[in-house]
Design a protein around this ligand. Structure first.
Ligand SMILES: NC(=O)c1ccc[n+]([C@@H]2O[C@H](COP(=O)([O-])OP(=O)(O)OC[C@H]3O[C@@H](n4cnc5c(N)ncnc54)[C@H](OP(=O)(O)O)[C@@H]3O)[C@@H](O)[C@H]2O)c1
Length: 343
Protein backbone atom coordinates (compact mmCIF):
# COMPACT_ATOMS: atom_id res chain seq x y z
CA UNK A 1 0.00 0.00 0.00
CA UNK A 2 1.36 3.46 -0.91
CA UNK A 3 2.18 5.63 2.09
CA UNK A 4 0.27 8.92 2.02
CA UNK A 5 1.04 11.53 4.66
CA UNK A 6 -1.16 14.50 5.50
CA UNK A 7 0.13 18.02 5.57
CA UNK A 8 1.17 19.30 9.00
CA UNK A 9 -1.94 21.43 9.47
CA UNK A 10 -4.08 18.27 9.44
CA UNK A 11 -1.81 16.27 11.71
CA UNK A 12 -1.55 15.35 15.37
CA UNK A 13 2.10 14.76 16.24
CA UNK A 14 3.44 12.94 19.29
CA UNK A 15 6.94 14.05 20.34
CA UNK A 16 8.87 12.34 23.14
CA UNK A 17 11.71 14.41 24.59
CA UNK A 18 9.71 17.59 23.92
CA UNK A 19 10.97 19.48 26.99
CA UNK A 20 14.43 20.34 25.62
CA UNK A 21 16.70 20.68 22.59
CA UNK A 22 15.64 19.11 19.32
CA UNK A 23 12.25 17.91 20.60
CA UNK A 24 11.40 21.36 21.96
CA UNK A 25 12.47 23.15 18.75
CA UNK A 26 10.44 20.65 16.69
CA UNK A 27 7.37 21.12 18.89
CA UNK A 28 7.45 24.91 18.57
CA UNK A 29 8.02 24.75 14.81
CA UNK A 30 5.22 22.20 14.33
CA UNK A 31 2.82 24.30 16.42
CA UNK A 32 3.58 27.37 14.26
CA UNK A 33 2.78 25.29 11.19
CA UNK A 34 -0.63 24.31 12.58
CA UNK A 35 -0.08 20.76 13.90
CA UNK A 36 -1.78 19.53 17.08
CA UNK A 37 0.76 18.27 19.59
CA UNK A 38 1.12 15.61 22.25
CA UNK A 39 4.25 16.50 24.20
CA UNK A 40 6.00 13.96 26.40
CA UNK A 41 9.03 13.96 28.72
CA UNK A 42 9.72 13.60 32.47
CA UNK A 43 9.95 17.36 33.33
CA UNK A 44 6.39 18.38 34.19
CA UNK A 45 7.07 22.08 34.74
CA UNK A 46 8.84 22.45 31.42
CA UNK A 47 6.04 20.61 29.58
CA UNK A 48 3.34 22.70 31.26
CA UNK A 49 5.15 25.90 30.34
CA UNK A 50 5.51 24.78 26.72
CA UNK A 51 1.88 23.68 26.43
CA UNK A 52 0.68 27.02 27.87
CA UNK A 53 2.92 28.89 25.45
CA UNK A 54 1.56 26.97 22.44
CA UNK A 55 -2.06 27.44 23.55
CA UNK A 56 -1.53 31.16 24.20
CA UNK A 57 -0.43 31.60 20.59
CA UNK A 58 -3.51 29.79 19.26
CA UNK A 59 -2.06 26.29 18.95
CA UNK A 60 -3.43 22.99 20.25
CA UNK A 61 -1.30 20.91 22.61
CA UNK A 62 -1.48 18.57 25.57
CA UNK A 63 1.34 17.15 27.64
CA UNK A 64 1.96 13.78 29.21
CA UNK A 65 4.55 13.26 31.94
CA UNK A 66 6.23 10.03 30.90
CA UNK A 67 9.46 8.18 31.42
CA UNK A 68 9.95 6.38 28.10
CA UNK A 69 11.95 3.61 29.76
CA UNK A 70 8.62 2.45 31.26
CA UNK A 71 6.37 0.78 28.72
CA UNK A 72 3.22 1.67 30.66
CA UNK A 73 4.18 5.38 30.49
CA UNK A 74 4.57 5.12 26.72
CA UNK A 75 1.14 3.48 26.42
CA UNK A 76 -0.20 6.41 28.45
CA UNK A 77 1.08 8.82 25.77
CA UNK A 78 -0.87 7.00 23.04
CA UNK A 79 -4.01 6.86 25.22
CA UNK A 80 -3.81 10.62 25.89
CA UNK A 81 -3.47 11.32 22.14
CA UNK A 82 -6.52 9.15 21.48
CA UNK A 83 -8.59 10.89 24.16
CA UNK A 84 -7.62 14.46 23.26
CA UNK A 85 -7.38 14.30 19.47
CA UNK A 86 -8.79 10.94 18.38
CA UNK A 87 -5.33 9.52 17.67
CA UNK A 88 -2.14 10.72 15.97
CA UNK A 89 -0.60 10.87 12.48
CA UNK A 90 3.12 11.12 13.30
CA UNK A 91 5.08 9.80 16.27
CA UNK A 92 8.60 11.16 16.89
CA UNK A 93 10.84 9.13 19.23
CA UNK A 94 13.27 11.87 20.24
CA UNK A 95 13.88 11.23 23.98
CA UNK A 96 17.50 10.35 24.57
CA UNK A 97 20.44 10.94 26.84
CA UNK A 98 24.23 10.62 26.67
CA UNK A 99 27.15 9.41 28.78
CA UNK A 100 30.66 10.81 28.25
CA UNK A 101 33.61 8.73 29.43
CA UNK A 102 35.68 5.62 28.92
CA UNK A 103 33.78 2.33 28.67
CA UNK A 104 36.00 0.71 31.30
CA UNK A 105 35.09 3.42 33.82
CA UNK A 106 31.31 3.70 33.33
CA UNK A 107 29.16 1.74 35.78
CA UNK A 108 27.23 -1.10 34.13
CA UNK A 109 24.02 0.14 35.77
CA UNK A 110 24.47 3.50 34.00
CA UNK A 111 25.01 1.73 30.68
CA UNK A 112 21.81 -0.27 31.22
CA UNK A 113 19.91 2.85 32.25
CA UNK A 114 21.00 4.62 29.05
CA UNK A 115 19.82 1.65 26.98
CA UNK A 116 16.48 1.64 28.84
CA UNK A 117 15.89 5.18 27.56
CA UNK A 118 17.63 5.40 24.19
CA UNK A 119 16.89 1.91 22.92
CA UNK A 120 14.01 0.37 24.88
CA UNK A 121 12.14 3.70 25.14
CA UNK A 122 12.33 3.95 21.35
CA UNK A 123 11.24 0.31 20.94
CA UNK A 124 8.19 0.88 23.18
CA UNK A 125 7.37 4.10 21.32
CA UNK A 126 7.79 2.51 17.88
CA UNK A 127 5.59 -0.50 18.66
CA UNK A 128 2.91 1.65 20.26
CA UNK A 129 2.96 4.03 17.27
CA UNK A 130 2.86 1.28 14.67
CA UNK A 131 -0.10 -0.43 16.36
CA UNK A 132 -2.13 2.74 15.75
CA UNK A 133 -0.58 3.91 12.48
CA UNK A 134 -1.19 0.57 10.73
CA UNK A 135 -4.93 1.32 11.01
CA UNK A 136 -4.92 4.96 9.83
CA UNK A 137 -1.56 5.51 8.08
CA UNK A 138 1.16 7.94 9.12
CA UNK A 139 4.81 8.42 9.96
CA UNK A 140 7.14 7.01 12.59
CA UNK A 141 10.27 9.13 12.96
CA UNK A 142 13.10 7.80 15.09
CA UNK A 143 16.02 9.96 16.14
CA UNK A 144 19.31 8.14 15.68
CA UNK A 145 22.57 9.99 15.22
CA UNK A 146 25.69 10.24 13.12
CA UNK A 147 26.99 7.81 15.75
CA UNK A 148 24.41 5.28 14.47
CA UNK A 149 26.89 4.98 11.57
CA UNK A 150 30.27 5.80 13.07
CA UNK A 151 31.05 5.52 16.78
CA UNK A 152 32.68 8.36 18.66
CA UNK A 153 34.77 7.06 21.53
CA UNK A 154 34.33 8.73 24.92
CA UNK A 155 30.67 8.50 23.85
CA UNK A 156 31.00 4.75 23.33
CA UNK A 157 27.93 3.43 25.12
CA UNK A 158 25.77 6.23 23.66
CA UNK A 159 27.10 5.39 20.18
CA UNK A 160 26.33 1.71 20.78
CA UNK A 161 22.72 2.55 21.73
CA UNK A 162 22.33 4.59 18.55
CA UNK A 163 23.66 1.68 16.45
CA UNK A 164 20.91 -0.41 18.08
CA UNK A 165 18.35 2.29 17.23
CA UNK A 166 19.41 2.12 13.57
CA UNK A 167 19.21 -1.68 13.49
CA UNK A 168 15.75 -1.74 15.04
CA UNK A 169 14.39 1.08 12.86
CA UNK A 170 15.73 -0.42 9.60
CA UNK A 171 14.32 -3.88 10.43
CA UNK A 172 10.91 -2.48 11.42
CA UNK A 173 10.73 -0.46 8.19
CA UNK A 174 11.40 -3.55 6.10
CA UNK A 175 8.81 -5.65 7.95
CA UNK A 176 6.14 -2.97 7.52
CA UNK A 177 6.98 -2.47 3.86
CA UNK A 178 6.89 -6.21 3.24
CA UNK A 179 3.41 -6.31 4.85
CA UNK A 180 2.24 -3.33 2.77
CA UNK A 181 1.50 -1.27 5.89
CA UNK A 182 0.70 2.42 5.22
CA UNK A 183 3.44 3.60 7.58
CA UNK A 184 6.53 5.60 6.69
CA UNK A 185 9.54 4.83 8.94
CA UNK A 186 12.39 7.33 8.98
CA UNK A 187 15.70 7.36 10.81
CA UNK A 188 17.00 10.89 11.36
CA UNK A 189 20.74 11.08 11.99
CA UNK A 190 21.67 14.44 13.50
CA UNK A 191 25.27 15.65 13.47
CA UNK A 192 26.51 17.46 16.60
CA UNK A 193 23.68 19.85 17.52
CA UNK A 194 23.80 22.79 19.92
CA UNK A 195 21.30 21.63 22.55
CA UNK A 196 21.59 21.04 26.33
CA UNK A 197 22.58 17.43 25.46
CA UNK A 198 26.19 17.65 26.81
CA UNK A 199 24.96 19.29 30.02
CA UNK A 200 22.25 16.63 30.47
CA UNK A 201 24.63 13.75 29.78
CA UNK A 202 26.20 11.83 32.67
CA UNK A 203 29.85 12.80 32.59
CA UNK A 204 32.68 10.52 33.70
CA UNK A 205 35.38 12.83 32.28
CA UNK A 206 37.41 15.25 34.40
CA UNK A 207 36.32 18.22 32.24
CA UNK A 208 32.89 19.57 31.27
CA UNK A 209 31.54 17.81 28.18
CA UNK A 210 30.98 19.53 24.85
CA UNK A 211 30.48 18.47 21.21
CA UNK A 212 33.06 18.07 18.44
CA UNK A 213 32.58 20.53 15.53
CA UNK A 214 30.96 21.16 13.14
CA UNK A 215 27.97 21.96 15.34
CA UNK A 216 24.54 22.77 13.87
CA UNK A 217 21.43 24.55 15.15
CA UNK A 218 18.51 22.39 16.41
CA UNK A 219 16.34 23.95 13.68
CA UNK A 220 18.32 21.94 11.10
CA UNK A 221 17.02 18.73 12.70
CA UNK A 222 13.52 20.07 13.40
CA UNK A 223 13.09 21.01 9.72
CA UNK A 224 14.21 17.53 8.67
CA UNK A 225 11.79 15.89 11.13
CA UNK A 226 8.84 17.95 9.93
CA UNK A 227 9.74 17.32 6.30
CA UNK A 228 9.61 13.57 7.03
CA UNK A 229 6.23 13.96 8.73
CA UNK A 230 4.87 15.05 5.33
CA UNK A 231 7.12 13.24 2.85
CA UNK A 232 8.19 9.61 3.35
CA UNK A 233 11.98 9.38 3.55
CA UNK A 234 14.08 6.33 4.52
CA UNK A 235 16.81 8.11 6.44
CA UNK A 236 18.26 11.61 6.65
CA UNK A 237 21.56 13.06 7.83
CA UNK A 238 20.71 16.34 9.59
CA UNK A 239 23.93 18.34 9.21
CA UNK A 240 26.41 17.63 6.41
CA UNK A 241 29.30 17.22 8.87
CA UNK A 242 27.70 13.98 10.08
CA UNK A 243 27.53 12.63 6.54
CA UNK A 244 31.23 13.49 6.11
CA UNK A 245 32.21 11.59 9.27
CA UNK A 246 30.04 8.60 8.34
CA UNK A 247 31.59 8.51 4.83
CA UNK A 248 35.12 8.70 6.23
CA UNK A 249 34.27 5.86 8.63
CA UNK A 250 32.79 3.78 5.79
CA UNK A 251 35.45 4.27 3.13
CA UNK A 252 38.55 4.64 5.36
CA UNK A 253 37.71 3.09 8.74
CA UNK A 254 41.29 2.72 9.97
CA UNK A 255 42.14 6.29 9.02
CA UNK A 256 38.98 7.46 10.82
CA UNK A 257 40.02 5.44 13.93
CA UNK A 258 43.46 7.03 13.97
CA UNK A 259 42.21 10.59 13.46
CA UNK A 260 39.57 10.19 16.17
CA UNK A 261 41.93 8.51 18.64
CA UNK A 262 44.23 11.55 18.59
CA UNK A 263 44.13 13.77 21.67
CA UNK A 264 43.24 16.65 19.33
CA UNK A 265 39.86 15.00 18.56
CA UNK A 266 39.26 13.75 22.12
CA UNK A 267 39.82 17.29 23.43
CA UNK A 268 37.04 18.60 21.16
CA UNK A 269 34.66 16.78 23.56
CA UNK A 270 36.01 18.57 26.62
CA UNK A 271 35.62 22.17 27.76
CA UNK A 272 38.50 23.87 29.44
CA UNK A 273 36.79 23.75 32.84
CA UNK A 274 36.42 21.09 35.53
CA UNK A 275 33.41 18.79 35.33
CA UNK A 276 30.38 19.44 37.57
CA UNK A 277 29.58 16.74 40.13
CA UNK A 278 28.58 13.56 38.31
CA UNK A 279 25.23 13.44 40.14
CA UNK A 280 24.08 16.50 38.15
CA UNK A 281 22.79 14.82 35.00
CA UNK A 282 19.68 14.15 32.93
CA UNK A 283 20.08 10.37 32.97
CA UNK A 284 19.14 9.91 36.61
CA UNK A 285 16.56 12.69 36.82
CA UNK A 286 14.49 15.03 34.60
CA UNK A 287 16.45 17.92 33.06
CA UNK A 288 13.81 20.55 34.04
CA UNK A 289 15.12 23.27 31.68
CA UNK A 290 12.94 24.46 28.83
CA UNK A 291 15.90 25.28 26.58
CA UNK A 292 16.44 24.70 22.87
CA UNK A 293 20.14 25.51 22.77
CA UNK A 294 23.05 24.57 24.98
CA UNK A 295 25.23 27.66 24.47
CA UNK A 296 27.92 25.96 22.36
CA UNK A 297 31.04 28.10 22.63
CA UNK A 298 32.28 27.71 19.04
CA UNK A 299 30.57 28.51 15.74
CA UNK A 300 27.07 27.07 15.23
CA UNK A 301 25.95 26.44 11.64
CA UNK A 302 22.39 27.73 11.29
CA UNK A 303 21.63 25.64 8.20
CA UNK A 304 22.95 22.67 6.27
CA UNK A 305 23.08 22.87 2.48
CA UNK A 306 23.78 19.11 2.40
CA UNK A 307 20.57 18.28 4.29
CA UNK A 308 18.49 20.73 2.26
CA UNK A 309 19.85 19.24 -0.95
CA UNK A 310 19.21 15.66 0.20
CA UNK A 311 15.59 16.48 1.09
CA UNK A 312 14.84 18.63 -1.95
CA UNK A 313 17.26 17.49 -4.68
CA UNK A 314 15.28 18.89 -7.64
CA UNK A 315 14.75 22.30 -6.05
CA UNK A 316 18.44 22.42 -5.09
CA UNK A 317 19.66 21.50 -8.60
CA UNK A 318 17.30 24.13 -10.03
CA UNK A 319 18.55 26.72 -7.51
CA UNK A 320 22.23 25.95 -8.16
CA UNK A 321 21.65 25.90 -11.94
CA UNK A 322 19.71 29.19 -11.68
CA UNK A 323 22.48 30.79 -9.62
CA UNK A 324 25.07 29.51 -12.15
CA UNK A 325 23.10 30.98 -15.06
CA UNK A 326 22.70 34.30 -13.22
CA UNK A 327 26.47 34.48 -12.56
CA UNK A 328 27.22 33.56 -16.21
CA UNK A 329 24.81 36.30 -17.39
CA UNK A 330 26.48 38.87 -15.10
CA UNK A 331 29.97 37.90 -16.35
CA UNK A 332 28.79 38.09 -19.98
CA UNK A 333 27.17 41.50 -19.41
CA UNK A 334 30.30 42.90 -17.79
CA UNK A 335 32.48 41.52 -20.66
CA UNK A 336 30.13 43.14 -23.20
CA UNK A 337 30.38 46.46 -21.33
CA UNK A 338 34.20 46.30 -21.31
CA UNK A 339 34.30 45.42 -25.03
CA UNK A 340 31.89 48.30 -25.78
CA UNK A 341 34.09 50.75 -23.79
CA UNK A 342 37.23 49.64 -25.73
CA UNK A 343 35.50 50.17 -29.12
N1 LIG B 1 22.53 17.20 20.48
C1 LIG B 1 23.20 16.40 19.69
O1 LIG B 1 24.37 16.65 19.34
C2 LIG B 1 22.55 15.16 19.14
C3 LIG B 1 23.16 14.54 18.04
C4 LIG B 1 22.60 13.39 17.54
C5 LIG B 1 21.43 12.86 18.08
N2 LIG B 1 20.86 13.48 19.15
C6 LIG B 1 19.65 12.86 19.70
O2 LIG B 1 18.59 13.79 19.65
C7 LIG B 1 17.63 13.49 20.66
C8 LIG B 1 17.33 14.75 21.45
O3 LIG B 1 18.52 15.18 22.10
P1 LIG B 1 18.83 16.69 22.39
O4 LIG B 1 20.12 17.01 21.76
O5 LIG B 1 17.65 17.52 22.10
O6 LIG B 1 19.12 16.59 23.98
P2 LIG B 1 18.39 17.28 25.22
O7 LIG B 1 18.27 18.72 25.03
O8 LIG B 1 19.13 16.76 26.41
O9 LIG B 1 16.92 16.65 25.19
C9 LIG B 1 16.67 15.31 25.55
C10 LIG B 1 15.18 15.12 25.75
O10 LIG B 1 14.93 13.74 26.09
C11 LIG B 1 14.10 13.71 27.26
N3 LIG B 1 14.36 12.50 28.02
C12 LIG B 1 15.54 12.03 28.50
N4 LIG B 1 15.35 10.90 29.19
C13 LIG B 1 14.01 10.64 29.15
C14 LIG B 1 13.19 9.60 29.68
N5 LIG B 1 13.69 8.59 30.38
N6 LIG B 1 11.85 9.66 29.45
C15 LIG B 1 11.33 10.68 28.73
N7 LIG B 1 12.06 11.69 28.20
C16 LIG B 1 13.37 11.66 28.41
C17 LIG B 1 14.46 14.97 28.04
O11 LIG B 1 13.38 15.38 28.85
P3 LIG B 1 13.25 15.18 30.44
O12 LIG B 1 14.61 15.36 31.02
O13 LIG B 1 12.26 16.21 30.80
O14 LIG B 1 12.72 13.79 30.60
C18 LIG B 1 14.63 15.97 26.89
O15 LIG B 1 13.39 16.48 26.52
C19 LIG B 1 18.25 12.38 21.51
O16 LIG B 1 17.75 11.13 21.09
C20 LIG B 1 19.73 12.48 21.18
O17 LIG B 1 20.38 11.26 21.37
C21 LIG B 1 21.39 14.62 19.70
Amino acid sequence: MAVKLKNLKQQTIVITGASSGIGLTTARMAAKRGARLVLAARSENALRQLTDEIRRTGGKAIYVVADVSKQEDVRKIARAAQEAFGGFDTWVNDAGVGIFGKLEEIKIEDMRHLFETNFWGLVYGSLEAVKHLKQRGGALINIGSTVSERVVHMQGIYSTSKHAVKGFTDALRMELEADGAPVSVTLIKPAAIDTPFPRNAKNYMDKEATLPPPVYAPEVVAQAILHCAEVPERDVFAGGGGKGLAALGYYAPRLADKIMESSLFVNTQKKNKPARPREVNGLDRPSEHLAERGGYEGHTMESSLYTQASLRPIATVALVAGAGLAVAALVRASQNRQNGARR
